[in-house]
Design a protein around this ligand. Sequence first.
Ligand SMILES: [Zn+2]
Length: 266
Amino acid sequence: MDFPRFIHIYHQTASAPAAAAALDAKIVAEEIDKIFPSCCKIDIRPPFKYEEKMIEHAKIADIKQPFEKQPNHEQDSKKKMIPMITTTTIPLYDGFVMQKKLAEIIPDVEISLAHIHIIFTSLLTCTFSEDDWRYHGRAVICGTPSIVSTTGIVEALAKPREFYLAQLLGGIAEDNDYMVKKKFAGRFIDYNDEDKITAASINYALQAIFFFITSGEPFCNNKDCRLLNAHWQEDLIHTIEKRTLCSHHRNLANKLSKSHPRAERF
Ligand SMILES: [Zn+2]
């Protein structure tokens, strides 16, 4: 089996909404390089280029219907689209449909398992769950290419319960949002928090890499491990502060680095 030789990191896509979360791709690359020393070549590339209309196809109009049943997809593309009926103001994109579309653009020579493509985007990715029959926002979609949604880091993981309660209790008072954010500072992740978003992006990039190393098992149950599949921002912040992998995953990374030393020529 091929093993990862090349890790390509793409800067955040330019088609960002106004509240695009900040991210430092260089720090992400450096941190990955420390964890996989000497086995993979990591490069940072410009934003992944695609045509807007390719991705529009992945847009979700009704979060309570699977992709095949989305109202706008039953229409001929030439016909008028049904207006969006989502309850959120941030558009959602089916992560796997988006992934399939983006994969079509990757050149054949880079489509093998030796290449891991990690695309950062501010589009909000989501996946459909058959458990509760609705879409959920996701911060990472693993595969080729892997997609890390910085908006997903802010929106797809829950903030502390008390945060939402304080928001409700404060009602529509003008400074309520500001006051609540001030009160819970450090316990949640906001769009302008470049340090936390970058640190969280490292976690998700690692999950994307471990997806390949472990044949599809990117997550960990250890609450200290960077591969924890956090549902709460506080749990994610805990792993960010720990900055560590559990011993099992650290061993896996070390083994890979030792058994596949970096090739002489690239
Ligand atoms: Zn682990």
